[in-house]
Design a binder for this molecule. Structure first.
Ligand code: BGC
Length: 245
């Protein structure tokens, strides 16, 4: 089956039709700049524009970089504050005229990795961290997602961890790979202590440079890079849409 997956990020909103049996794109990937300020109404227009360009008339999956509970966006760490308490699912459904499921971006990336990437076939407890503008997390126990874990916001040395371990922090603060890996190791060891996972999967754009920092990570748990790269959000969103029907 094919479903439309849309990945809403701080700088771009990307969509593609996905073959949910294989995890491959069944169309080209379309990208439209995220409107600034990224308030609900203009973002919903872009979502509708992407669906219209694909002439899409079936369920849509859509990621969002915040806690999403039953379609309502509950936080706004790296997005416009107007999203807090917005029923994004209803907003996107009415704009597109289709059934829409909205889920956290890291949860979507995790679903994709568990089905088609680094977590495929893993039946233990797996924690995926996405390192980008913020730090997202998704946790799977025997293949089942515990949604909205938000482990990027654990407090380490008095600060939200993502302020030290996101890829943005690495770039803005000019950390060397070694220095950044030390911070990331601290974050991972704290997670080890809290949830004892069997496997860490590191995703986000920086995962394509994993050879620069994964060998420097100091923790006990097995750790591997994500495999779906920038397709993960779209693929996970499409899988969530498939679940809707
Ligand atoms: C947000 C998460 C999101 C992550 C990655 C964090 O700041 O709180 O919900 O998954 O950034 O976008």
């Amino acid at each position: 089956m094919e479903y439309l997956g849309i990945d809403i990020g701080g700088s771009g909103i990307k969509g593609a039709i996905v073959d949910t049996q294989t995890g491959e794109f069944a169309s080209e990937r379309l990208r439209i700049d995220t409107p600034q300020p990224a308030k609900p109404a203009p973002v919903a227009e872009v979502v509708a524009e992407i669906a219209a360009q694909f002439k899409w008339r079936a369920a849509i999956g859509c990621t969002f970089p915040a806690i999403v509970q039953h379609g309502v966006t509950m936080t706004a760490a790296n997005v416009d504050g107007e999203w807090i308490g917005t029923d994004a699912q209803q907003l996107f459904s009415s704009q597109t005229g289709n059934a829409v499921v909205v889920l956290n971006d890291a949860d979507a990336a995790g679903i994709a990795e568990m089905n088609f990437g680094a977590g495929r076939g893993h039946n233990g407890s797996v924690l995926i961290l996405t390192l980008g503008t913020g730090v997202g997390s998704s946790m799977f126990i025997k293949g089942l997602l515990a949604p909205n874990t938000e482990f990027g916001h654990l407090v380490i040395r008095g600060k939200s961890a993502e302020l030290r371990t996101s890829d943005r922090a690495r770039q803005v603060k000019g950390y060397s790979w070694k220095r950044w890996a030390k911070r990331l190791s601290e974050h991972l060891r704290y997670l080890e202590f809290l949830i004892s996972p069997d496997l860490f999967i590191i995703g986000g754009g920086v995962s394509k440079r994993s050879e620069k920092f994964l060998p420097l990570i100091d923790c006990k748990t097995a750790i591997v890079p994500a495999q779906l790269r920038n397709r993960a959000g779209i693929v996970g969103a499409a899988l969530a849409a498939a679940d809707l029907e």
